[in-house]
Design a protein around this ligand. Structure first.
Ligand code: DX5
Ligand code: ZN
Length: 227
């Protein structure tokens, strides 16, 4: 994939209908999603449980494009191979998920997949300095991981700006995850983000049986981000 800082909208299927993931993935891609963001939670690293590699593998054939897998699990290393085999294009692990994040990123790269480094709102950006050469993306969490529909934490904008400077011209994406809406998207893009995860703002409680205008929501976020 050629590197580009063009804005990418990555709907999070955490806000989709869990009984209809296949149809939901097809719908968001048909309606303009650039990436599909898949939130894996273990009830240990974060206080919520979603699903594991088997579900990712089941979803994969319903995604034509890029599958962005966000692991909110600890430990991570033992499961990397399984998520790679499940068809992830990019696997993100949390800096806070264990004492050996460098080793975890090496293990992700060893599978041939792109490596993402996710950081919690309470983690200082200086912690990523010695990891930047190991990653294809840094995911700046703008909510505490675990649940969709939380309020955007504005203090993270300064962090995004600093990270953008640290990255310079290296081919590293900056993803923002949590509370992205038409109001907050322009703020994070101005600070340097290029991948916008949006759960509630895209799905807005819709489902296949009660279709929400996903395309309208995706287009509105993109328009606000690129205005
Ligand atoms: C939170 C997840 C996010 C979440 C975003 O732990 O990592 O991807 O689904 O949801 P919204 O857009 O509703 O904040
Ligand atoms: Zn996420």
């Amino acid at each position: 994939m050629t590197f580009s800082r063009q804005i990418k909208i990555a709907p999070s299927i955490l806000a989709a209908d869990f009984a209809n993931f296949g149809a939901e993935c097809r719908a968001i891609e048909d309606q303009g999603a650039d990436w599909v963001h898949v939130d894996v939670m273990d009830g240990h690293f974060v206080p919520n449980i979603t699903f594991g590699p088997a579900t990712c593998a089941a979803i994969r054939p319903h995604i034509k494009g890029f599958m962005d897998v966000h692991l909110m699990i600890a430990p991570v290393d033992a499961y990397i191979e399984a998520f790679a085999e499940a068809g992830a294009d990019l696997i993100s692990a949390h800096l806070e998920a264990g004492p050996h994040i460098h080793r975890t990123l090496q293990a992700i790269r060893a599978t041939g997949k792109m490596a993402g480094l996710a950081i919690n709102p309470g983690t200082g950006i200086e912690a990523v300095v010695h990891l930047l050469d190991m990653v294809d993306m840094v995911c700046v969490m703008t909510v505490n991981p675990g649940f969709g529909g939380q309020k955007f934490i504005h203090s993270q904008i300064e962090k995004i700006r600093t990270l953008r400077k640290m990255i310079g011209d290296r081919p590293i994406h900056i993803e923002i995850d949590g509370g992205v809406t038409v109001e907050t998207a322009p703020l994070v893009v101005a600070a340097g983000a290029d991948v916008l995860v949006a759960g509630s703002a895209v799905f807005k409680g819709g489902s296949v049986g009660n279709p929400a205008p996903y395309g309208v929501n995706i287009a509105a976020i993109r328009a606000s981000a690129t205005a």
